[in-house]
Design a protein around this ligand. Structure first.
Ligand code: ZN
Length: 269
């Protein structure tokens, strides 16, 4: 699987600095720009109707993103649509540079947090990464179709990692752009601010019911074995639920013990 992936990878020396420009053509007119830490991968679909980016990486890596677009013959204003898989800083930071020339889209639960600059959820302050504000033009809902001419993307709302997570499903080629919902090997992300485990469970079960040939996640390797990885993701989600139950059972036992020992009684001054 690794050999297959590396054979597709095109390493282009950077014009300035030491950062590699990793550009992979995954399918006809679908490219992955490898994530530069702390940013996510950026996917480009050269559409017959509009060129679309899926996620943008962080603000500071925008010059690199511009170079990568140029490598595939595009300029910033050639991008007509930017779709954000969720509201985390590492996926949305460079979106601000597209808002004058492209339409920006995210699930409504992500869009709301982005427009209100809810930094607890976007997590940029916590990581000390600057994020400039921008408007989200289209607030997406589950089931929305984005028609790029040569590819159609169906929005699948997959809350769990955050409340505003979406995956984008391309039914013709059976591709899934999964953001931070599920990674190669069926690995799940954390349940960050606004996320929760039970929604996560429901989301991966829904994904497991789709016919998927390849998963293109927001970080790490692609998955060429979704038939193995998605059932594993469901198992991991069940483990998370079980761990939560075990944690609270232990917590309640500990509280009962403290009550028995008079721990909560007011102590004399
Ligand atoms: Zn995330």
């Amino acid at each position: 699987m690794k050999d297959q992936e590396s054979s597709r990878q095109e390493e282009v020396p950077a014009a300035t600095g030491t950062e590699p420009r990793k550009i992979e053509e995954l399918r006809s007119n679908i490219y992955r720009f490898g994530g530069e830490k702390p940013g996510s991968h950026v996917y480009l679909i050269k559409g017959a109707a509009k060129n679309a980016l899926i996620d943008t990486g962080v603000t500071a890596k925008f010059p690199l993103l511009k170079d990568r677009l140029s490598e595939v013959g595009l300029r910033v204003f050639d991008i007509g649509l930017v779709i954000l898989t969720h509201e985390h800083f590492d996926h949305i930071g460079a979106a601000t540079f597209f808002h004058e020339t492209a339409v920006l889209a995210a699930h409504r639960l992500a869009a709301n947090k982005l427009e209100l600059q809810d930094e607890f959820v976007t997590a940029n302050k916590y990581r000390n990464v600057p994020c400039k504000p921008f408007w989200v033009d289209i607030w997406l809902e589950d089931g929305a179709i984005i028609d790029l001419g040569n590819y159609r993307l169906r929005v699948v709302h997959t809350p769990g990692h955050t409340s505003g997570c979406i995956c984008l499903y391309e039914p013709k080629e059976q591709l899934l752009f999964s953001g931070d919902t599920v990674f190669a090997g069926g690995t799940l992300s954390d349940t960050a601010g606004s996320g929760n485990v039970s929604d996560y469970m429901n989301s991966v079960q829904r994904l497991n019911s789709l016919k998927i040939r390849e998963i293109y996640p927001g970080h790490g390797k692609l998955s060429h074995t979704p038939d193995e990885d998605l059932p594993r993701a469901v198992e991991y989600a069940q483990t998370l639920l079980n761990n939560c139950k075990a944690f609270f059972e232990a917590f309640i036992k500990s509280r009962e013990l403290k009550e028995k020992e008079g721990y909560w009684q007011e102590r004399p001054q």
